[in-house]
Design a binder for this molecule. Structure first.
Ligand code: ADP
Ligand code: MG
Length: 604
């Protein structure tokens, strides 16, 4: 379409707002124009965080010389016309606002040569004052240079961050676009240094490699597109051993448009529930496809958000798809893997030095119950163990163990117990190295799966307390108890109201009985209520409740185990569905790879 100025009528229906807030918004608008022009290369150059200059060069279809000045008029666009319903918009831009807005707060030079045209043209707008269009030699595509941004508006300038801060905004935004457009080769240079480069191969994994590095790309898992769903989603998500301390590594696109959606980010986070420790976040690129008329892009001035007509459905499709990949392939956590340093050096690995403090965490902060019993007394009786291990043996003979399977069940390698260290870790040897198992986390996993299975089959056992515990409830907690009474009873709690805001715990889930007696049981009950009070979807609160019970039913750090007890625990862990993480998402087992050992000892 030629560039034309939209009528007042349609212009007034477009979500209005200040588009250009900071250098990153300039880069975003220019790069989106390049993408709309069908470019396969987009090179961005930044000087002093964008305050001095921003240059975007593309190889797209270019702007016809006779329309170059028109492109800088307000509401001039080639992307929609009067007939547009403003709902099903396939391009990134559509309001004809970006170029005039940028040109009003900077000195902008545009050079462009249209595809199939022999000459190009140059056009200069100096803080809103337009020059003449002149012929100019240029490669096919468009080059836009923005200099002295906001230097006519000191107030705006004052609100910008440091050059480094603005650059990092640009880099993270451009990184997201590069991930959403893997078939486009992006580069970002700042003050003479290359910050980002993707090759534009069309493969998402190559884009991830260009944006986050090859190490990260190697550890990403593919989301298998589910063609049967009303919406399709594909992309890559980090395996749980690779995670970050903030949410900025989640990129979401809808129909090729990069969006920021707190709800969808939350859906991704929730999919990792139980796979990642608290306050750790995944790296993810999720690409959602929906019928065009299922989304409304015209709700946000910077076009950063979209509205879904069937939001709950999108949410659950995203969550289910990612959860599926994770449960299909959570690998054993390698020592040092997933840390920023990437160092595999044994003695230098922070994880090893921190071991004593994490022991304190498991052993103390979560232990509000009194310790009673040897810890193994409530394990299944030996006859049950024999049956299960026979079953296990049968499975391993019929299924060739060396073939990597993609079944939802992770399996641990066969491990030989060496001993117990620091009264907290079970040391074992396996085919590819040494494996250290956190006895508390491992037992938590074992108990969690047992408790969950009994809960699901409604066969949980309840054990009466010799001394019933009275519990004072937080305001509102009684309502939570009443609301969830059926589930609480089903898992084995027997409670009785006692006044308006306290109650008596008469019986507890059997797995807790030896560990939490009297007041201890009351405290576990309060923690369970906290989990229920947090809300969330049915599955996640149920798992959190069961995880709390498992945590307080499990062997503690600091407890001496006999060789036999260590072996039993390892065998039981091997039989769980997801042996590599505890129900809260911390690793149960950490591996030192044999190759790393050999390297450390200079054997090779
Ligand atoms: P919008 O993108 O909303 O249409 P802009 O102000 O960003 O508005 O751009 C105005 C017009 O200029 C676009 O519709 C397009 O025709 C043209 N244009 C801008 N940048 C480019 C580019 N890099 N390549 C080709 N055409 C461009
Ligand atoms: Mg635009």
């Amino acid at each position: 379409m030629p560039i034309r100025i939209l009528s007042d009528e349609i212009a007034s229906r477009i979500a209005a707002g200040e588009v250009i807030e900071r250098p990153a918004s300039v880069v975003k608008e220019l790069v989106e124009n390049s993408l709309d022009a069908g470019s396969t290369r987009v090179d961005v150059n930044i000087v002093v965080g964008g305050a001095q200059s921003i240059t975007v060069v593309d190889n797209g279809q270019g702007i016809p010389s006779d329309q170059l000045s028109l492109a800088f008029e307000r509401f001039a666009t080639s992307k929609i016309d009067e007939s547009s319903d403003l709902i099903a918009i396939p391009t990134l831009g559509f309001r004809g606002e970006a170029l005039p807005s940028i040109a009003s707060v900077a000195r902008v030079e545009a050079v462009s040569r249209e595809k199939d045209s022999s000459t190009g043209a140059r056009f200069l707008v100096d803080f809103g004052k337009a020059g003449d269009v002149e012929p100019a030699g240029a490669p096919q595509g468009t080059r836009i240079e923005v200099a002295g941004l906001f230097s006519n508006i000191p107030a705006r300038l004052k609100f910008l961050g440091s050059a480094g801060r603005e650059l990092s905004r640009i880099q993270s935004m451009l990184g997201s676009l590069a991930l959403v457009y893997p078939h486009v080769a992006f580069s970002l240079n700042a003050d003479g240094r290359e910050r980002l480069r993707t090759i534009g191969s069309g493969k998402l994994v190559d884009a991830v490699s260009g944006v986050y590095g090859a190490k990260v790309a190697e550890q990403m898992l593919a989301i298998e597109p589910d063609e049967s769903a009303a919406f399709t989603i594909d992309g890559l998500v980090s395996s749980p051993s690779l995670n970050r301390s903030n949410r900025t590594y989640m990129t979401i696109s809808v129909n090729g448009r990069w969006i920021q959606s707190r709800r969808l980010s939350y859906a991704i986070e929730q999919a990792y529930h139980g796979f990642l420790p608290e306050r750790r976040f995944p790296i993810a690129v999720a690409r959602i496809r929906t019928p065009l008329d299922d989304v409304d892009a015209n709700v946000h001035p910077a076009k950063a958000e979209v509205r879904f007509l069937r939001e709950d459905l999108v949410y659950s499709v995203v969550q289910r798809a990612i959860r599926g990949v994770l449960s299909a392939s959570a690998p054993v956590h390698g020592l040092g893997v997933g840390r920023a340093t990437g160092s595999m050096g044994l003695l230098r690995t922070p994880g090893m030095r921190h071991a004593p403090s994490s022991r304190g965490e498991y052993g103390k902060s979560q232990d509000h119950s009194s310790q009673a019993g040897s810890g193994f007394s409530q394990w299944p009786d030996p006859s049950v163990l024999v049956e299960q291990s026979q079953l296990h043996d049968q499975q391993s003979t019929t299924v060739a163990p060396v073939i990597p399977t993609n079944t939802p069940k992770d399996t641990l390698p066969v491990l030989r117990v060496i001993g117990q260290a620091h009264e907290t870790y079970i040391l074992t040897e396996g085919p590819d190295g040494i494996y250290m198992i956190d006895q508390h986390a491992a037992h938590e996993r074992v108990v969690f799966e047992q408790v969950r299975q009994r809960f699901e089959q409604s066969v949980s056992e309840s054990q009466p307390l010799l001394e019933p515990a009275s519990v004072d409830l937080a305001p509102g907690a009684m309502a939570t108890v009443q609301e969830h009474l059926e589930e609480l009873n089903r898992v084995g709690w027997g409670v009785e109201e006692f006044g308006s805001n306290s109650l008596i715990v008469r019986s507890v889930p059997a797995s807790l009985a030896t560990r939490a007696s009297g007041d201890g049981a009351g405290q576990v009950f309060v923690r369970v209520l906290d989990e229920l009070g947090e809300g969330g979807t049915g599955d996640t609160w149920r798992d959190r409740m069961l995880a709390t019970i498992a945590c307080h039913s499990s062997i503690r750090a600091g407890q001496i185990l006999s060789a036999e007890e260590c072996k039993d625990l390892v065998r039981q862990l091997e039989k769980t569905d997801r042996p590599n993480t505890c129900p809260h998402g911390r690793p149960t087992i950490v591996q030192i790879n044999i190759n790393d050992l050999e390297r450390e000892f200079k054997r090779r």
